[in-house]
Design a protein around this ligand. Structure first.
Ligand code: KG4
Ligand code: ZN
Length: 359
């Protein structure tokens, strides 16, 4: 009798944890870098996707200050989660799981999101789901609200962000291997660091994109690295760009202001060309025609245009994320969590954040 009662209590306690119901509500938290983000999903549908962007905090320093990022996450995480629940019109008691970014990212930033998620999971007695940030960038293409059909496996995944430039062979949602990587800087980092040299504020990617629209991309030329195999390198172009700017400024102190649009267009052309060369090579070598792009730099209008042109020329099936899912957001963490929830791949409260989490 006693055993029977204990079994019933145990079953009720774990009921929410173990049962997969049709309408799963997932709260997702993304805090890997400098965006405090929360989203609510109903299965694959995004009900809310809220972001507090810390740019104004880091801009005066020309890059992210990790300590300031953690502090900002701490002060913004509660309001952002409340806003996401409010906009989704969901009470926290209706949640079935809480997802958070486990890595890669800044440790202090990751800790805020993971601790918050773990506390909520304990209080609400629902599972937590740790997510790899880069899985999120790629799986954003499986969000139901997107107005296109999701990619089919296998596909070539390309992640272009401030911290990554990776080419992956993706066999399934969580079964993927890196086939190409940057050996040094990420493409977004190259945008940001070169932008800083010409007086643009952090992050410079979007500003370069805008300024380049009225510039001549052939006006200045910078080295286009083309390593053997599928790896890329951005440190050479970055150094060449810095030296070029210094030399030109010595000759003409107003060089930057007089040529800003052309400088941006020429730089952008080079940064994009480096990754496009590899994409073309990989598609030809592996004979996989589905190309799935993710990460902040996939917001770049020229990259999008050139990829679309190449796709129609070469008959690729190209997947570009909607712009709201290009830079860091929590909806992408939520969709990755949905697929883990379907497989009951939950996390443990004892699991740690991993700043260098590998795929
Ligand atoms: O994915 P993301 O939000 O954060 C990381 O995971 O790193 O990417 C941020 C990066 C920054 O380097 C930013 O300059 C770049 O994405 N970025 C862009 C554009 N929008 C954001 N780069 C080029 N063109 C853009 N329109
Ligand atoms: Zn990212």
């Amino acid at each position: 009798m006693c055993f029977f009662l204990i079994s019933i209590i145990y079953f009720c306690y774990n009921h929410k944890r173990l049962t997969l119901i049709e309408n799963n509500f997932i709260l997702a938290i993304e805090s890997s870098c400098d965006d405090t983000a929360a989203a609510v999903l109903n299965n694959r549908e995004v009900l809310s996707n809220c972001i507090y962007n810390q740019n104004t905090i880091h801009t005066p320093y020309g890059g992210i200050v990790p300590e300031l990022a953690s502090r900002a996450h701490q002060s913004k995480i509660t309001p952002i989660v409340n806003q996401a629940l409010h906009e989704a019109n969901i009470d926290k008691k209706d949640l079935n799981a809480i997802a958070y970014t486990q890595g890669p990212g800044l440790l202090g930033s990751l800790l805020v999101g993971s601790s918050f998620a773990k506390s909520m999971s304990l209080a609400l007695k629902i599972p937590i789901i740790p997510i790899h940030h880069m899985h999120g960038h790629l799986l954003a293409h499986f969000i139901e609200n997107n107005n296109y059909e999701s990619p089919k496996f296998p596909f070539i995944g390309i992640t272009v962000s401030g911290g990554h430039t990776q080419i992956l062979y993706v066999k399934d949602y969580f079964d993927m291997g890196i086939i190409g990587n940057t050996l040094d800087d990420a493409i977004g980092e190259a945008f940001d660091k070169c932008g800083k040299q010409i007086g643009l504020s952090y992050p410079a990617g979007q500003q370069i994109d805008e300024l380049a629209k009225t510039g001549d991309s052939k006006k200045f030329s910078f080295p286009i690295s083309n390593l053997k195999g599928y790896n890329v390198s951005y440190s050479g172009v970055k150094t060449a760009f810095l030296n070029f700017i210094k030399n030109q400024e010595k000759k003409s102190p107003n060089f930057i202001s007089e040529n800003l649009n052309d400088i941006c267009a020429s730089l952008q052309y080079t940064l994009i060309k480096i990754i496009l060369i590899k994409i073309e090579k990989i598609v030809a070598d592996l004979n996989v025609s589905q190309i799935v792009i993710g990460g902040g730099v996939s917001a770049n209008s020229e990259l999008r245009k050139q990829l679309k042109n190449l796709s129609s020329l070469k008959k690729w099936n190209l997947f570009l994320p909607p712009v709201e899912y290009t830079t860091d957001n929590a909806a992408m963490i939520g969709i990755a969590a949905y697929y883990k929830l379907m497989k009951k791949r939950f996390g443990e409260l004892t699991e740690i954040c991993k700043p260098r989490l590998i795929i």
